[in-house]
Design a protein. Structure first.
Length: 104
């Protein structure tokens, strides 16, 4: 795939992820939209393939971080925050073991 097509694909993926992660949060959706567009616009004239690859790696890392680590919180009252995890974040947890394992 041509590098320009890969950049466009990353741009679209970041916006789709933004819509999923910040669903129902108008302010966060708009802030993320502005930031994504601003970063791509600021680096629009970059011609170095090495620098473009580096920027794409950063963009991919940001997309992964958003998709796997961000959980929405809703203020229910002044001192309470209700977490709203997405279904793709809910994974089976490995049982925690209080007792350390003995080394032989």
């Amino acid at each position: 795939m041509a590098q320009a097509a890969k950049v466009l694909q990353l741009f679209k993926t970041l916006h789709r992820t933004r819509q999923q992660v910040f669903k129902n949060d108008v302010r966060a959706l708009e802030a993320a939209r502005i930031k994504i567009n601003e970063e791509f616009k600021n680096n629009k004239s970059e011609t170095s393939p090495k620098k473009i690859e580096e920027l794409m790696k950063i963009g991919s890392d940001v997309e992964l971080l958003l998709r796997t680590s961000v959980i929405q919180g809703i203020h229910t009252d002044q001192n309470t925050l209700k977490l709203v995890p997405r279904k793709d974040l809910l994974v089976e947890n490995v049982p925690y073991c209080d007792a350390p394992t003995q080394k032989q």
